[in-house]
Design a protein around this ligand. Sequence first.
Ligand code: ZN
Length: 96
Amino acid sequence: MIERKCLSCGTWNKDEDHCTNCGNPISPEQIIKVETKKKKEEEANKPKDKFDLFAERMKNHESSFMRFIYKVGYSIGMVFAAIGGFFAWMVAMANG
Ligand SMILES: [Zn+2]
């Protein structure tokens, strides 16, 4: 028989998923589940910055021209990121 201590109220429980005293999850699987859920909720509630909102609006724009602009902008951003990565690699190699 496994005994688990509740992290919230300190009650010792037998092989239960939830604390018999306060109902908090005490099995590792339950705790992980609750924590991932919390993180997801936090991320969902996190305010997006202006660029993200702008990109989102472009991506789902009703005009196909605007969606095209978004795709082009996105591709250019990707290329610049790749070039930036390449230069960072060059600098690292030159110094190494
Ligand atoms: Zn408890």
